[in-house]
Design a protein around this ligand. Structure first.
Ligand code: SF4
Length: 360
């Protein structure tokens, strides 16, 4: 292990910089562990500017664990709509329900208990426990990895658990016991504002006299990770089945990708299938419905963390089978003006903007 040097100087310089440069964020105005936890969940894979309005709307409707634990899941998903990564929302609801059932609605002030809640990992535990309760636990996220590997010239593969554990140990040697929450936030803030992936602002960095990569002029070598694999792209076919001014939507299963959201029927192509064939198959398998294609209604692309999709929406009419034959998944016939009442994945909303421009 590379032993951190100047740990007092490191923390002192960093905290003084953070005091003068920290961005205003609503969750930084509170010590309420529920709100800090919510912000950490929303911030996973998501930019601060995107999260702020979602966070504010969420705490307005669900200001405490009890109000959230009693809410129907559809209402919570509607507030989350567009923020993506819906699995974290399902986990958060489940974890808050556990907190209400087992701990009287008080977020446990014990990292081991908190870590056992659904969806809570090492990062969330360290962030919430240090910021809300002052536990001396270091965080490790992408910003921390970048800052620490540059300052200590760590050239190991940062996708490996061993390297992340080394970085966590180094952070543990640096974190001051009297302000662990501010220290964690300060390292992440430095990574977000100064020690950025491209063109870091080393001239303005409070740690440049401690930074080994800056002194060796080889910053671009850190952090090291093997070249990323190209992510696959899948064709997706969806059906716009109109009847008497209404169209059909179905509810996704309660587990897995985009769980519990509503969507146009259809799905991902398998093997050599075209988007149209996939849509026809999915309508049969999931709704027991035969449809006939009249034309193309809209197309859009969307990028998820591990794959991309190219979606084609086909205008359809119901074929030989009648509506009473619909089966398998919950479904609804809705009008375009009903769209805001249901939670849809972002790509469906993008498609609705093309198909129903007057209501979106
Ligand atoms: S000196 Fe440059 S590379 Fe080093 S921590 Fe500061 S911004 Fe990052």
């Amino acid at each position: 292990m590379v032993v951190p040097v100047h740990s007092d100087a490191f923390a002192e310089k960093l905290l003084s910089w953070f005091g003068a440069n920290r961005r205003a964020m609503p969750w930084r105005e509170t010590k309420d562990p529920y709100m800090i936890w919510l912000s950490e969940v929303m911030l996973q894979q998501t930019q601060v500017d995107t999260v702020i309005p979602y966070y504010q709307r969420f705490i307005e409707v669900f200001p405490d664990p009890e109000s959230l634990s009693k809410a129907p899941e559809d209402d919570v998903l509607k507030l989350w709509e567009g923020l993506g990564y819906y699995r974290r929302c399902h986990h958060f609801i489940a974890a808050v329900r556990d907190v209400c059932a087992d701990y009287g609605g008080r977020i446990p002030d014990d990292p081991h208990i908190f870590r056992r809640l659904p969806g809570v990992g090492d990062y969330t535990t360290a962030a919430v426990m240090s910021i809300a309760y002052g536990h001396v636990l270091p965080v490790v996220d992408g910003n921390v990895i970048r800052v620490i590997t540059r300052i200590y010239r760590i050239a190991d593969d940062t996708t490996k658990t061993k390297t992340r554990m080394l970085i966590r140990d180094m952070m543990a040697a640096l974190i001051p016991s009297d302000s662990p929450g501010d220290f964690n936030q300060a390292v992440m803030e430095l990574g977000a504002l100064v020690c950025t992936p491209k063109k870091p602002l080393c001239g303005e960095c409070p740690l440049n006299d401690l930074c080994r990569a800056f002194q060796h002029r080889d910053i671009s070598l850190y952090p090291f990770s093997p070249k990323k694999m190209k992510i696959p792209q899948y064709p997706v076919g969806l059906a716009l089945i109109m009847k008497d001014g209404r169209f059909l939507i179905q509810k996704r299963p309660s587990k897995g990708h985009l769980a519990g959201l509503w969507e146009l029927p259809g799905g991902k192509a398998e093997g050599d299938e075209s988007a149209e064939t996939a849509m026809l198959r999915k309508c049969r398998e999931e709704l027991g419905l035969t449809v006939e294609v009249c034309g193309m209604a809209a197309q859009a692309s969307h990028v998820y963390s591990h794959f991309k999709i190219h979606v084609s929406v086909f205008s359809c009419t119901v074929g030989a089978q009648r509506e009473k034959d619909l089966k398998h998944q919950p479904f609804m016939w809705i009008t375009p003006s009903d769209i805001p009442s249901y939670a849809f994945p972002a790509v469906n909303l993008k498609l609705f903007q093309t198909i129903f421009p007057s209501v979106m």
